[in-house]
Ligand binder design. Structure first.
Ligand code: HEM
Length: 502
């Protein structure tokens, strides 16, 4: 809770006054300078508060979509004094992120992002550090089988644990959210730490839960307020919770890293952490100075990959199963195809091309779920003239992914769950340009191929084994699809039955 009495104590009130004066000056300066060159249009801002009164910070995605209808596909809003350029619609987003990849490809390191990784890791870094950490992560993930059979084996093994856990509910209704999160987390844990965890392991449960809460709070209105007025941090309960979670996960990861360091064997690289430590040793031996391979970059890269690789995949899976229960005619067709093409044997990645309807249903679930409707973390790396508008270096950029995945000029029925979006007239799978749930350009999701493999194998293995239905007494129509907002949009809390098909 914000304690306003404290804000008006002597020293604080002087700094408050200075901040206010600076903000007013900044506002008038930016309003004045924007007259010189044509900047993207937008709703008229109030001094200091900008457009805050016109925006619902909890459902920024809906507000921004509505504003794009009035102001076009490139427009400006002010979050308090902070100027933000919003990109909407497939053509504009693609043009910005792909054709102007360099200019639109920088991360906006807000005060909150800085608090989380202190300038280390992959997600919230720029420049040489980001380049080196991203390159290393991508090549190591590939070495450890991202898109290859090693990871396929790991996911298949995890499918067995997941199925066993679902079976324990004996067809009765249950909330599958936690179990799916543990399963997804175990895949990235396998790559990061060289091991999986039991779903009942309290240390693992706590780590996953802290990340989940963190991701949820990062998308909250108070996170936006903190970014506008960071000195309010100590008075914001959600900020304190986020910092506590970060600290505890940091300590947990440092323990895991210390254990792996102790048993490090240069002859046998077991995981991402081993690969990083070995690379670090090699650089030290050749006396290379100022290397990026230090402990803080390791801890924060692992933290980024663990967090970014868990809830995203788990949430998408949860949405997919909910859609199967909500749209049983789609589930019928997926299961018919699985029986006809695969039978009861284990599905493999190479089967995907023989399962066009199933593949289309998974893609449509990702499109429709739209779990990251707004990417609110890009920034201009340099001045640009874009679609005739001047956008200044350093301006924050929001990418409205929902306007791409629901673009009315790209999709036949954007607001309906319709796997045919990904099928041609002959029932063959077709790729769609506007399918960008992983974003595009320089900052495109680093785990895309891993996530795609996980979604395919988990989804098909579960659908082979179970029929997903609404709980007894609840009709399909009553299954609610209103998302819970956050940095990642998750399904509302719900229960489903997983009824054994054998
Ligand atoms: C369904 C699953 C997933 C979805 C929908 C998803 C989506 C996204 C999106 C929208 C971004 C932001 C891109 C941008 O800023 O333009 C992103 C970034 C990122 N994702 Fe994913 N992701 C998923 C799974 C994963 C997995 C499994 C991993 C880990 C291996 C991962 C690691 C990352 C990282 C490290 C970044 C930051 C990249 C950078 O800043 O250079 N993601 N993801």
């Amino acid at each position: 809770m914000i304690m306003f009495e404290d804000l008006f104590q002597s020293t604080t009130s002087v700094s408050l006054l200075v901040v206010l004066v600076l903000l007013v000056l900044q506002f008038f300066y930016s309003s004045f300078s924007s007259k010189q060159q044509r900047e993207p249009p937008g709703p008229k801002p109030f001094p200091l508060l900008g457009n805050l009164f016109q925006l619902d910070l909890k459902r920024l995605d809906i507000c921004l979509l509505n504003l794009s209808k009035t102001h076009g596909s490139v427009f400006t809003i002010y979050l308090g004094p902070k100027k933000v350029v919003v990109l909407a619609g497939y053509k504009t987003v693609k043009q910005a992120l792909v054709s102007h990849a360099e200019e639109f490809g920088e991360r906006d390191i807000t005060p909150l992002f800085h608090d989380i990784n202190k300038g280390n890791g992959i997600l919230f870094t720029n420049g040489d550090r980001w380049k080196e950490m991203r390159r290393f992560a991508l090549s190591t993930l590939r070495d450890f089988g991202m898109g290859k059979s090693l990871t396929e084996e790991r996911i298949i093994e995890e499918c067995h644990h997941l199925i066993k856990s679902f079976e324990q509910n004996e067809g009765k209704a249950f909330n599958n959210s936690q179990t799916l999160t543990y399963a997804a987390s175990n895949i990235i844990s396998g790559i990061m730490f060289g091991r999986r965890f039991e779903y009942t392991d309290p240390v693992f449960q706590a780590m996953v839960e802290r990340d989940r809460e963190l991701i949820h709070l990062m998308g909250s209105a108070s996170a936006q307020i903190y970014n506008m007025l960071p000195w309010l941090g100590p008075f914001i309960k959600n900020w304190k919770t986020m910092m506590k979670n970060i600290k505890e996960n940091n300590e947990e990861l440092k323990c895991i890293i210390a254990d792996l360091k102790e048993s490090l064997n240069p002859e046998m690289c077991r995981c991402f952490i081993d690969a990083f430590l070995m690379h670090k040793l090699k650089l030290e031996e050749s006396e290379i100075k100022d290397s990026q391979y230090h402990e803080e970059n390791l801890v924060n890269s692992v933290m980024n990959l663990f967090a970014a690789g868990t809830d995203t995949t788990a949430n998408t899976l949860q949405w997919s199963l909910l859609y199967m229960a909500k749209y049983p005619h789609v589930q019928d067709q997926v299961q018919e195809e699985l029986i006809r093409v695969i039978g009861s044997r284990q599905v493999r990645v190479e089967d995907r091309k023989y399962l066009p309807y199933t593949d289309a249903a998974i893609h449509e679930a990702q499109r429709f779920a739209n779990i990251v409707p707004v990417i609110s973390s890009h920034r201009m790396s340099q001045d640009v003239i874009f679609q005739g508008y001047f956008i200044k270096k350093g301006t924050s950029v929001f990418v409205l992914l929902s306007s791409v995945l629901y673009d009315e000029s790209e999709w036949e029925s954007p607001h309906t769950f319709n796997p045919s979006h990904f099928l041609d007239k002959e029932g063959r799978f077709i790729r769609r340009d506007a399918f960008l749930p992983f974003s595009a350009g320089r900052r495109v999701c680093l785990g895309e191929s891993l996530a795609r493999m996980e979604l395919f194998l988990f989804f098909t293995s579960l659908l082979q084994r179970f029929r997903f239905t609404a709980p007894p007494g609840v009709t399909e129509d009553e299954l609610d699809l209103t998302p819970v907002p956050g940095l990642i949009f998750s399904p509302p809390p719900h229960e489903l039955c997983a009824v054994s098909r054998h």
